[in-house]
Design a protein around this ligand. Structure first.
Ligand code: ZN
Length: 282
């Protein structure tokens, strides 16, 4: 079993949220509750209360650097529309996509529109126009989908998607094809395995899924870590969890692979190559 790591870039700057959504007051309330339940320290509470006044929320550059040091060929998904607390501008996304691509990491779309074909195509086109190349993959923000979303994504021209996720358990399935698109079900999402204030339980939850996926003979285990959780002052537990997870995987000899290389392997195994993966982007 190989490991695919990706990062949904939900936030870039605090100022995006003062104008477009209610994320900041919601975060204050949630953090106060977590503090009174003794799930976060006072210093974390304080930093979260001041979080809205910090310029930078995204930790794309830092996570990229960490992944580079650990030879993890991760993928970063960027929003092409605003919605559900993802509020940065297309211009800001463009800048960060350029940064990530220049460092030879993969980028894709963090989708907002999931139930309307033309909206899905519009996000695809926006990415293409700002990134200078078509998006290869997508994951929907909040893993939202209806019964036709994945089919629509395939029609829009995506090579892969990683949205399928079981919020109440673990999806025990490996990659499969929907028309010409590969679907990589998401096995481990940070927010679902992390238990605030309980490091041991968070680790146990993670190991349990890893072992289950391996037992089932699933060839790729897909992991999502939100880059903004790499903030050491506001999200120390989340950041530590990611560091621990990567070390855990390294110590056990797991190999990291990108979605695109996994597709190459899958296509090779099934006897034909997908020529949509152009060499210069691999
Ligand atoms: Zn998201």
């Amino acid at each position: 079993m190989k490991i695919i790591i990706s990062h949904d870039v939900d936030h870039l700057y605090a100022s995006d949220h003062w104008i477009h959504d209610l994320i900041i007051p919601k975060l204050w309330i949630r953090s106060l509750l977590q503090f009174f339940r003794i799930q976060i320290r006072f210093s974390v509470l304080l930093h979260r209360l001041l979080y809205g006044f910090q310029k930078k929320w995204g930790y794309t550059e830092e996570v990229l650097e960490f992944d580079r040091e650990h030879s993890i060929p991760s993928t970063f998904f960027f929003g092409m529309s605003r919605g559900l607390g993802m509020s940065y501008s297309l211009k800001a996304a463009e800048k960060m996509i350029g940064y990530v691509n220049a460092r030879k990491f993969d980028t894709g779309v963090h989708g907002i529109v999931y139930s309307d074909t033309s909206g899905i195509q519009e996000e695809y086109k926006r990415f293409k126009s700002i990134a200078g190349d078509r998006p290869y993959g997508i994951r929907m923000h909040y893993v939202r989908r209806d019964r036709n979303t994945l089919k629509r994504l395939a029609e829009a021209g995506y090579l892969f998607d990683s949205t399928e996720f079981d919020k109440n358990g673990v999806i025990m399935r490996g990659p499969y094809k929907i028309n010409s698109m590969w679907e990589f079900p998401l096995h481990i999402m940070d927010g679902y395995v992390l238990q605030a204030g309980n490091v041991e339980q968070s680790r146990k939850n993670t190991i349990r899924i890893l072992e289950k996926v391996k037992e089932q003979g699933i060839p790729y285990c897909t992991i999502l870590f939100h880059d903004y959780y790499y903030n050491p002052k506001c999200y120390p537990q989340e950041r530590d969890w990611y560091g621990w997870l990567v070390q855990y995987l390294e110590e056990r000899g797991f190999e990291f692979i990108s979605f695109k290389d996994a597709i190459k392997e899958l296509e090779h195994d099934s006897g034909h190559k997908d020529d949509r993966i152009r060499e210069q982007h691999i």
